[in-house]
Write a protein that binds this ligand. Structure first.
Ligand code: GAR
Length: 215
């Protein structure tokens, strides 16, 4: 399975995916890392790991649809099977999302459908909820919406700041994103309406939530 990872800045989830794909027998390869931001720090990591990189700067396009069309055409020309959004901070048009339906996934730092959008960790702490976490899901035209593939739960501690909480959630993000990719590449994930069903979900674990599983 040829995978494109789309980033906008740091790219730590992209690094987790790259490292997972390097492990023996992993059923996917990162065919390219693409960024809308030429200064994205993650591009350096990709280059250092001999992964082809591509920058398509959204500021060079007047309309969102034109940017999305350029993105889509590039991904198609690279024969990409699956797109992984990894901190890609651009909203994608419905046309783009529908063209890649069930072939585009995203990671979000909350337990969706709670806390969609931005400033997620601040909002989770302020809400008083005791647990939050992260979610990998198929992408649908609405923001942070779509069938959920994997989630991990992270407790919110009394003294948490958004930064400290984000750091603990990130550890879980780096665990479940490669797990979700592996399940898809193994063709174990089927979408039924709004639900992603995982075959053999209990194999070796309780697979898709905490506690930690062997990916
Ligand atoms: C991650 O925490 C990811 O979940 C979040 O941005 C961060 C990117 O970090 N994504 C979203 O909020 C998308 N709605 P990274 O560049 O180090 O992977």
């Amino acid at each position: 399975m040829r995978v494109a990872v789309l980033i906008s800045s740091r790219g730590s989830n992209m690094q987790a995916l790259v490292n997972a794909c390097k492990t023996e027998g992993f059923p996917a390869e990162i065919a390219c890392v693409l960024s809308n931001n030429p200064d994205a720090a993650g591009l350096d990591f990709a280059k250092a790991n001999n992964i082809p990189t591509k920058v398509i700067d959204h500021r060079e396009f007047e309309e969102r649809e034109e940017f999305d069309a350029a993105l889509s055409d590039y991904l198609a020309s690279e024969k990409i099977d699956l797109i992984c959004l990894a901190g890609f901070m651009r909203l994608l048009s419905a046309e783009f999302v529908n063209r890649w339906r069930d072939r585009i996934i995203n990671i979000h730092p909350s337990l969706l459908p709670a806390f969609k959008g931005l400033h997620v960790h601040e909002r989770a702490i302020e809400s008083g909820t005791k647990f939050t976490g992260c979610t990998v899901h198929f992408v649908r035209p609405e923001m942070d919406d779509g069938p959920i593939i994997a989630q991990a739960v992270v407790p919110i501690l009394q003294d948490d700041t958004p930064e400290i909480l984000a750091q603990r959630i990130l550890v879980e993000e780096h665990r479940i994103y490669p797990l979700a990719l592996k399940l898809i590449a193994q063709k174990k994930v089927k979408v039924h309406g709004s639900i992603a069903k995982i075959s053999e979900a209990t194999e070796g674990s309780g697979s898709l939530t905490n506690p930690a599983v062997d990916t």
